[in-house]
Design a protein around this ligand. Structure first.
Ligand code: FMN
Length: 198
């Protein structure tokens, strides 16, 4: 797939097939995170790959899914993620306020790299962090920024322009997830704010 097409077609997935993701692939995703930009090249991020029980179930229980489509997009047992990458920020290495910014850049690399391999993902910031840290034995001096849920997609969400003011994603009568995005013409300004162009 063309790279721009890849960016445009990546969608958050909350239902996953149960096919495993190999450790080489998961390592590759972390390698892509490692290549991301970092403020002052401080590199405060570390990653925990989770692909085995009991950690898989333990982490699942600390996550909150799809706030606008509750409870329908809580993945049932047969659709749960098959792996997670937990993104950690080292308090010792972090520079000022840039930890979450670095994390966002690295996370987007992971999500796109995953999608390039046909792997779906959900970026979760709604995480019970203390319990999640305990489950994967994160020592003092590290904070969890986000948890990335991974697996081959078992749903095909559809991105569409917001037709009204609502940015809330929703499920249609066929249980398909629709993801409204503000139209290009509304968010883009040409040369001066408010100049819309064509
Ligand atoms: C910082 C951040 C935190 C998010 N946290 C959650 C979360 O806790 N649970 C969840 O189900 N989705 C979460 N998402 C996924 C968003 O809901 C999703 O990106 C948004 O609906 C747009 O859909 P798209 O990724 O398909 O474009 C998060 C996304 C971002 C960027």
């Amino acid at each position: 797939m063309d790279f721009l097409e890849m960016i445009k077609t990546r969608r958050t997935v909350r239902r996953f097939k149960q096919d495993p993701i190999g450790i080489d692939t998961l390592n590759d995703l972390v390698e892509c995170a490692r290549c991301a930009p970092s403020a002052s090249n401080g590199q405060p991020l570390e990653y925990v790959i989770v692909s085995d029980e009991p950690q898989l179930s333990g982490i699942f229980d600390q996550l909150a899914w799809g706030a606008y489509v509750q409870p329908k997009r809580n993945p049932p047992a047969e659709f749960r993620p098959v792996a997670y990458i937990i993104v950690l920020i080292s308090s010792e290495r972090v520079l000022g306020r840039f930890g979450p910014v670095d994390a966002a850049a690295a996370i987007e690399n992971i999500l796109l790299a995953a999608w390039s391999k046909g792997i779906g993902s959900c970026w979760l910031a709604s995480v019970k962090r203390d319990k999640a840290k305990e489950i994967v034995a994160v020592p003092d001096g590290y904070e969890i920024d986000s948890v990335l849920a991974l697996g081959y997609p078992a749903e095909e969400p559809l991105m569409e322009d917001c037709s009204d003011e609502s940015i809330k994603y929703y499920l249609d009568e066929d249980d398909r997830l629709h993801v409204p995005k503000r139209p290009l013409n509304e968010i883009r300004h040409i040369n001066k704010f408010g100049c819309r162009g064509q």
